[in-house]
Design a protein around this ligand. Structure first.
Ligand code: PRP
Length: 214
């Protein structure tokens, strides 16, 4: 039996994912060690291999088959637009993709004025403004701390993730429009889904039972 490889997202999603996996009997003790510099972790009994990678890289590993399975935020899946199967909503990492800004920006947004939109998610922002709202905007790609952009005058609004809303509140910003709800998803390589259907389907079923509390 060959190893099935699972790519997990580094950071706050990793612990929640491992908790869920453990409840489904998919354990990997080594991965809990915060100090380790190891990149690959193995569960010999289940013939599973795990690795942690930066969020946007997870769909890349899965599309190319370097990982059979990935756990990734829906934001990343939408932004990356990779060819893969999205098979399960894990119900963790719940948040929303929103257009945010100072209250004053609301009118300019409503009247379809030419505004600048700062975001880590240019593809999601383009799809929302161009295809859904038919509104022309200037999209500026940033790599983090997006809330800074309207405060220092780089853009009128931002497209970003809102979880608790505290980053917005503490910086005098607010949600102006909601684009879509988000959560962590399981994605599967299209060839692996055929070649390893039985094992992957069992993993999905086991996780689904935990999520549904069966
Ligand atoms: C994310 C997001 C917001 C914040 C939202 O940033 O970009 O800034 O979390 O969470 P909240 O609604 O609970 O305040 P992250 O911490 O991932 O870092 P980044 O700013 O570098 O992207």
């Amino acid at each position: 039996m060959r190893y099935l490889t699972i790519a997990l997202t580094k950071g706050r999603l990793a612990d929640k994912t491992l908790d869920l996996f453990e409840k489904a009997g998919i354990t990997c003790e080594e991965m809990r060690d915060k100090d380790t510099r190891k990149l690959i972790f193995v569960n010999e009994d289940l013939k599973l291999r795990f690795f942690l990678s930066k969020g946007p890289d997870v769909p890349t590993y899965v599309e190319y088959g370097a990982a059979d399975i990935g756990i990734s935020g829906r934001d990343i899946i939408m932004e990356e637009g990779r060819k893969l199967y999205e098979v399960l909503d894990l119900g963790i990492g719940k948040c929303r993709m929103c257009v945010c800004g100072p209250k004053e920006a609301e009118e300019r947004l409503k009247h379809h004025e030419m505004i600048r939109v700062a975001t880590k998610y240019p593809n999601i922002a383009k799809d929302y403004f161009y295809n859904k709202k038919h509104q022309t905007v200037d999209i500026i790609k940033l790599n983090g701390s997006i809330e800074l952009a309207p405060i220092v005058g780089l853009s009128e609004v931002i497209v970003d993730i809102v979880e608790t809303g505290s980053t917005l509140r503490e910086n005098g910003l607010t949600v102006l429009e909601e684009i879509c709800p988000l959560s962590a998803r399981m994605v599967v390589n299209q060839v692996s889904m055929k070649m390893e259907n039985e094992r992957i389907s069992k993993l999905i079923d086991d996780l689904r039972k935990v999520i549904q509390g069966d």
